[in-house]
Design a protein around this ligand. Structure first.
Ligand code: PRP
Ligand code: URA
Length: 213
């Protein structure tokens, strides 16, 4: 698993405003959208492309286009839906699948209530989007659905992550798949009811930049 923590002052600024309990909902939505677009730029660094010919006003030349099959973007419902526009703005040709996962707030286990993924994901780049990576149960379940359909190239885009959730994803996957997780910020820890506690803590300081875990 490769973890990429955004190292950019604009992202840190926007996360701070996002957290502010006084931030009104329209601003919150706008910030999520902006953050996703910034993270998507990084998350799509290795999107598959092919060469193509393009006719310019002067001459024809060789250009680049996103390869077939088009990437698949999968918001994890419900909160992941708020990140969809930001992703598709950068890759408008992407297809969209949906996973409905609900965290049981007693057991903290992920419960699946909807699965609208294509049956065959062989050769598809898959982008899973969900704002919160807390215990990691939901993200691991989503990654497993992608892997069991043949995906080998999975990138997860999250806004906030807890160190415990990152570890859970890493341990659950082991050597089975090369999954990339791109996050705006790694927070301090989970609290006793599995919610992410804000703050950088040791993990935030340690996990900065790109880390192979
Ligand atoms: C939140 C969040 C993640 C999950 C994270 O969704 O969007 O999907 O919890 O928790 P985990 O890492 O411990 O699994 P929630 O289950 O609250 O559903 P919702 O988006 O429909 O509110
Ligand atoms: N949902 C949230 O909103 N926060 C968490 O930390 C976990 C699930």
């Amino acid at each position: 698993m490769q973890l990429h923590v955004a190292d950019h002052p604009l992202i840190r600024h926007k996360v701070t405003v996002l957290r502010d309990k006084r931030t009104p909902s329209p601003t919150f939505r706008l910030l999520v959208d902006e953050l996703v677009t910034l993270l998507a730029y990084e998350a799509t660094r290795h999107v598959r492309v092919t060469e193509c010919e393009v006719e310019t006003p002067l001459t024809s030349t060789t250009g680049t286009k996103i390869a077939d099959p088009a990437p698949l973007i999968v918001p994890i419902l419900r909160a992941g839906l708020g990140m969809l526009d930001g992703m598709t703005r950068l890759i408008p040709s992407a297809e969209v699948g949906f996973l409905g996962l609900k965290r049981d707030e007693e057991t903290l286990e992920a419960v699946t209530y909807a699965n609208r993924l294509p049956e065959d994901l062989t050769g598809r780049q898959v982008f899973l989007i969900d704002p919160m990576l807390a215990t990691g149960g939901s993200l691991v379940a989503a990654i497993e659905y992608a892997l069991e359909r043949g995906a080998t190239d999975v990138t997860c885009v999250c806004l906030l992550a807890a160190p415990e959730g990152i570890d859970h994803v890493r341990v659950s996957l082991g050597d089975r798949a090369d999954v990339k997780v791109v996050v705006a910020q790694v927070d301090e820890r989970l609290n006793e009811v599995g919610y992410i506690v804000p703050g950088l803590g040791d993990a935030g300081d340690r996990l900065y930049g790109i880390v192979d875990l």
